[in-house]
Design a binder for this molecule. Structure first.
Ligand code: DGL
Length: 218
């Protein structure tokens, strides 16, 4: 099966890696749309234009399943894409809020792009899943995905500086930190160093399981 995957750059490779572990024999095409990074600071209209271009390219290649390996594009555009391309199956990546709240964690910190944090989807994930006594802090991280995109292959100092600046007012040691942007999964170690006692989670494995389930559907 031809499976198309896209993100605003290298972040989505963390999702693709999980999918390939479960499904090594499928055919993949990955679009790293770094010229349009960051998605997380664009309007819905702009994003819709950008994701349409990516989907058209993957559709022309022959993809039947398209994985949106980006929390921002998923939370803001998946409904639009499902409506526009009813012939395709879309599998999205969204902040793993449900996974975090289904634990006995008392404090949860969600890190994501401004676009994801402001989305209606994130709002409903909270409303549907937050348990009594759980404190959930949403922290928008403008500029972080962009810095990771530019610096990941080289010196990580700008990434560590950006993290330190953004996390100044974050809770000190939340039980769980949700990495709500696929770029942040690339710098898990750096984030873990700042929060040694917190558990870090993302939605990547869940996405891989959903792709697998779709493939095995009759
Ligand atoms: N990696 C993306 C996400 O999961 C987008 C980051 C960006 O381009 O702002 O949200």
């Amino acid at each position: 099966m031809k499976i198309g995957v896209f993100d605003s750059g290298i972040g989505g490779t963390t999702v693709l890696a999980e999918i390939k572990k479960l499904l090594p024999n499928e055919e993949y095409r990955y679009i790293a749309d770094s010229k349009n990074c960051p998605y997380g600071e664009k309007s819905d209209q702009e994003l819709e234009r950008i994701v349409t271009k990516n989907v058209d390219e993957l559709k022309n290649w022959g993809a039947k399943i398209i994985v949106i390996a980006c929390n921002t594009a998923t939370t803001r555009c998946i409904d639009y894409l499902r409506q526009k391309y009813p012939e395709l199956t879309f599998i999205g990546t969204e902040p793993a809020i449900k996974l975090a709240t289904n634990t006995d964690a008392k404090s949860i910190l969600v890190l994501a792009t401004p676009g994801t944090i402001a989305s209606e989807r994130t709002k409903s994930l909270l409303e549907e899943n937050q348990k009594p006594g759980q404190k959930i802090t949403l922290l928008a991280c403008p500029g972080l995905a962009d810095t990771i995109e530019k610096c990941y292959q080289d010196d990580h100092t700008p990434i560590r500086d950006k993290l330190a600046e953004l996390l100044t007012n974050a809770p000190k040691s939340p039980d769980i930190i949700v990495l709500g942007c696929t770029h942040y999964s690339l710098i898990k170690d750096e984030i873990q160093t700042l929060f040694p006692s917190s558990k870090l989670i993302d939605g990547n494995l869940g996405v891989a399981h959903r792709v697998e389930a779709k493939l095995h559907q009759p």
